[in-house]
Write a protein that binds this ligand. Structure first.
Ligand SMILES: Cc1cc2nc3c(=O)[nH]c(=O)nc-3n(C[C@H](O)[C@H](O)[C@H](O)COP(=O)(O)OP(=O)(O)OC[C@H]3O[C@@H](n4cnc5c(N)ncnc54)[C@H](O)[C@@H]3O)c2cc1C
Ligand SMILES: NC(=O)c1ccc[n+]([C@@H]2O[C@H](COP(=O)([O-])OP(=O)(O)OC[C@H]3O[C@@H](n4cnc5c(N)ncnc54)[C@H](OP(=O)(O)O)[C@@H]3O)[C@@H](O)[C@H]2O)c1
Length: 455
């Protein structure tokens, strides 16, 4: 194989992890040529299809990712699905190394009776709906007046806030018309968030929690009888500023006089209540049963045997995301990640699969902020550079045109960066007359037609 040509690297998944990896790799001393594959017709992963539409500051990170892709050092090949349109053996023909950065898109399981009832949903699916993901149904059944959200992380906060917020307060955002219509029809008045541990053990970020208190015409209700701390809690409060701030915000809410709470909608935050069963009638959700838990001294809890039924008509579980396996790539089913050591993908014997790497949520699990995927990418790229230093050029067909010919032969309708830019401009122009940053195009075919100049 020629060692004079650039090293060819494929990155699969154009979320922040993949884009940061491409950026970092392009800035090394290696003579490298990078293709970034993406299953959807648009890049940016969960920044586009996860971050809540009413968080424009975070959505703004897209601006930084945009810059990386518009520099021209990295070639975007979107609308290409690894595992369907091409597999590892194909990639090995055209690339010397492959980095997987496919993230996590589905909800972690919650195995309690009734979880499969009509009206019981995964947060990830709801998030995909309100963020206009092309591969989920256009309508969402918002028929419940009282709703339960299970889990006490930032996704639970996003779900509770979007459910409770009046749609008019979302009208400055990029939400598509179908989402606006769905939210306008919602009869919701009360959203109950259930944390299975205590106030010092929640995983809310201070800023996101405080933001709840500023949602117009929505009261936050915290019940003093739910409010308990143990020695482990006190240690956690002492140990981190983040926990201190979260507990302060929650404590302030316990002191609010209920007679002052006159909003038309409420978010109730319940602590020390573990989900035990989703209650149903005729196949539909009619309630949630929780078990009261007690702190054990070290921040962990145990069940007390005391149960409470809540009359809700919908249940959203926001108990974490989980990665999905990819064909031909070793996977750790317990952790939901590609089996890897610091980003080097390893087989069952712990041996590095030559030329194969992972980064982002599919490398270390679905926890952490966008910024964390940068340090992740640095580690993975560092190992890749170490490994290929001597004889890295192994692909028999390393000319950049050859992969395009292969995909064309397979009938894959690749969306390039320039084509995506047409879609991007179109979305911005949809928003402009309404004083909105953008309005998203949702249907996949429409996205592709606009990108290709066919619409
Ligand atoms: C609901 C939600 C809200 C969040 N809000 C914030 C926030 O406000 N601030 C913050 O800092 N962090 C936030 N996060 C966390 C942040 O989104 C993640 O840290 C980050 O997106 C992980 O990056 P990633 O690139 O590993 O995965 P992803 O962002 O999921 O990107 C993976 C990409 O791979 C693509 N892909 C998957 N499978 C294939 C395949 N087979 N072939 C080709 N491509 C494929 C996907 O389509 C996707 O584009 C949020 C997370 C969630 C779930
Ligand atoms: N605005 C933002 O910055 C933002 C927005 C969204 C997401 N994110 C980030 O994205 C990552 C993922 O967020 P996430 O909310 O999905 O996950 P998370 O932060 O891990 O929170 C998951 C929550 O679910 C609970 N849980 C897990 N299993 C449960 C069970 N069986 N029964 C009841 N509760 C259960 C956990 O409780 P225990 O602690 O008791 O296990 C925890 O409260 C996080 O790093 C988050 O910060 C950030």
């Amino acid at each position: 194989m020629s060692s004079s040509r650039p090293l060819r690297v494929a990155i699969v998944g154009a979320g922040p992890a993949g884009i940061y990896a491409a950026d970092i790799l392009s800035k090394t001393d290696l003579d490298v040529s990078i293709d970034l594959f993406e299953r959807l017709p648009a890049p940016f992963g969960l920044v586009r299809y996860g971050v809540a539409p009413d968080h424009p500051r975070i959505k703004g990170i897209i601006g930084a990712l945009h810059k990386v892709l518009s520099k021209g050092d990295v070639r975007l090949l979107a609308n290409v699905n690894y595992g369907v349109d091409l597999k590892l053996e194909d990639l090995r023909q055209y690339y010397d190394a492959v980095i997987f950065s496919t993230g996590a898109i589905r909800d972690a399981d919650l195995t309690i009776p009734g979880i499969d009832l009509d009206g019981s949903y995964g947060a990830a699916d709801f998030v995909s709906w309100f963020d206009g993901h092309p591969d989920v149904p256009r309508t969402w059944p918002l028929e419940a007046q009282e709703v339960a959200v299970l889990g006490a992380g930032n996704v639970a906060l996003d779900v509770a806030r979007i459910l409770a917020k009046h749609p008019k307060d979302l009208m400055s955002t990029e939400i598509p018309a179908n989402v606006q219509a769905g939210l306008e029809a919602s009869p919701v008045t009360d959203v109950h968030v259930f944390a299975r541990r205590g106030p010092a053990q929640v995983k809310f970020s201070p800023l996101e929690l405080r933001e709840l208190g500023h949602v117009p015409d929505v009261d936050i209700v915290v019940y003093p009888e739910d409010y308990d701390f143990d020695e482990g809690s006190m240690a956690a409060i002492e140990a981190t500023n983040q926990t201190k701030q979260v507990v302060k915000t929650l404590t302030d809410w316990t002191l609010v006089d209920p007679s002052q709470q006159t909003a038309s909608r409420r978010i109730h935050l319940h602590f020390l209540q573990a989900p035990a069963e989703v209650l149903g009638e005729d196949g539909k959700v009619v309630g949630l049963r929780t078990e009261r838990t007690a702190l054990q001294g070290d921040g962990t809890v145990k069940g007390t045997g005391e149960f409470h039924d809540w009359p809700v008509q919908a249940v959203y579980r926001a108990v974490g995301y989980f990665g999905s396996p990819l064909p031909e790539i070793p996977f750790d089913d317990l952790k939901g990640v590609i089996s890897n050591r610091e980003g080097r993908v390893v087989d069952l014997d712990g041996e590095h699969l030559p030329g194969v790497y992972a980064t982002g949520w599919i490398k270390r699990g679905p926890v952490g902020l966008i910024g964390h995927t940068k340090s992740d990418a640095s580690e993975t790229v560092r190992h890749l550079v170490e490994d290929v230093a001597d004889d890295g050029r192994t692909a028999p067909h390393g000319e950049p045109q050859q992969i395009l010919d292969f995909l064309a032969e397979r009938g894959v309708d690749v969306v390039t960066w320039d084509e995506f830019s047409l879609l991007d401009a179109h979305e911005l122009s949809l928003g402009e007359p309404h004083g909105r940053e953008r309005i998203k195009v949702v249907p996949r075919e429409e996205m592709i037609d606009i990108a290709k100049g066919r619409a």
